[in-house]
Design a protein around this ligand. Structure first.
Ligand code: ADX
Ligand code: SF4
Length: 239
């Protein structure tokens, strides 16, 4: 491993230990994609007390769900799975149609709210800190991301330990440590969300070009990382 990546890995591990000891109970929100697997590996190889959960929206690819078994096989750890409220899903599907998210940004955000945002609230209940795999260079909306930021809406701390990592560094570590990963990444998927809202990207496109690709760039966030009052949760604390 080159020196610069080695230093980033040390920083990552140090930050996770701190999140566990000083900000626990803490949890990693894992979408089961490459970035989250780098963090998962660091948590589980050091047997930290950080919980790892995923939000199973009911619309994920089978390959994404297979990562849960891969984690169990490799590390003997059962990822905690949160699912949407079945009554809320049934109401949306009955009123608007299962795939109504293609019709408008409003209906798309409503679907994300039911399938991701509300389950996230349940997943974070009782937690003092949460950890994400977001990186600054994933999107213009993430350029201001800090490694540590206050989650003001919830009154807890949010850590984005890979904020300054590049996509290449994520993959270098995955190869170096033979970390399990979502098979879709080998089929051109660089950022992976729900199956009907994610497509592979082609050369020259940006990392998140395959997410909600039918929408304008600025609306392409699912609401997990937006403050409750609708503002983007921006950092005010230094790293
Ligand atoms: S997002 O718009 O779907 O949130 P992205 O896929 O880039 O964007 O994910 C960014 C981070 O949000 C992930 O690293 C992870 O921490 C969290 N996240 C996204 N989707 C999920 C999910 N289904 N379950 C748990 N965490 C998730
Ligand atoms: Fe619904 Fe698509 Fe959002 Fe998944 S990403 S919750 S399917 S709108």
């Amino acid at each position: 491993m080159n020196e610069s990546l080695g230093r980033k890995v040390e920083d990552l591990e140090r930050l996770l230990v701190r999140a566990d000891l000083e900000h626990g109970p803490a949890a990693l929100a894992s979408s089961l994609s490459a970035e989250d697997m780098v963090i998962t590996d660091a948590i589980l190889r050091h047997k930290l007390g950080i919980e790892i959960f995923t939000l199973d929206t009911g619309r994920l690819h089978a390959d994404t769900l297979n990562v849960i078994s891969a984690i169990r096989e490799r590390y003997g750890y059962d990822v905690r799975v949160f699912r949407p409220d079945p009554a809320a899903v049934a109401e949306y599907v009955g009123r608007f149609g299962r795939d109504a998210f293609y019709e408008s940004v409003e209906l798309r955000k409503r679907c994300c709210h039911i399938r991701k945002v509300e389950p996230l609230e349940r997943a974070l209940a009782g937690k003092q800190a949460w950890i994400t795999g977001q990186r600054r260079d994933q999107a213009a909306t993430r350029a201001g991301l800090n490694v540590r930021e206050p989650d003001e809406a919830r009154g807890i701390v949010k850590f984005n330990p890979l904020a300054d990592w590049t996509e290449g560094e994520v993959w270098d570590l995955i190869r170096e440590r033979d970390i399990p990963y979502n098979a879709l990444h080998d089929q051109g998927y660089r950022s992976i969300g729900c199956a009907p809202c994610t497509r592979p990207t082609v050369a020259g496109e940006d990392v998140r070009a395959g997410r909600w690709w039918w929408e304008l760039r600025d609306s392409r966030e699912c609401g997990l990382h937006v403050a409750a009052d609708g503002r983007l949760a921006r950092s005010r604390e230094p790293a």
